[in-house]
Design a protein around this ligand. Sequence first.
Ligand code: SF4
Length: 164
Amino acid sequence: MVLKQQNSDSDVEVLEKNGVTVTTFEKLWNWGRAHSFWPLSYGCNCCPIEMMAAGASRFDIARYGYEVFRASPRQADLLIVAGPITVKMAPVVKRVYEQMPAPKWVIAMGNCATSGGPFRDGYSVLAGADKLFDVDVYIPGCPPRPEALFHGLLELKKQVEGVK
Ligand code: SF4
């Protein structure tokens, strides 16, 4: 395409007027990542039941492009901590997180994952996933419904796209 500069238009403005979108590679990669998270198949206790419902036909997580749950952390970029993390399980969850390649994100789904929930004062449960690693989005509820999980995923999408 031959760019013809009119008046004081910059090259970018001329391109946009001709129906061409101008962006950076970083924004393009993040746009792709934000539309196709690959969550790890991980859950512990009752919140994962809602996560599984989110993946089934009634709620259909696939309409957002987030349905490719992986069995291996090496193939996942999103850890949805659904349920409490026990003290015994903590080193395993931490190791699984470390095995995920960067860039990677974490959603704490439900009161147990965000703060320990009803087990918070117990001797055997961590008071939230953020005691182990950074959490990008917190979803309260006991349990949160699939719609709440979708809301959390869309909030993460905004973060990854740099909108928020
Ligand atoms: S937040 Fe409630 S529903 Fe979710 S794992 Fe904890 S006790 Fe179960």
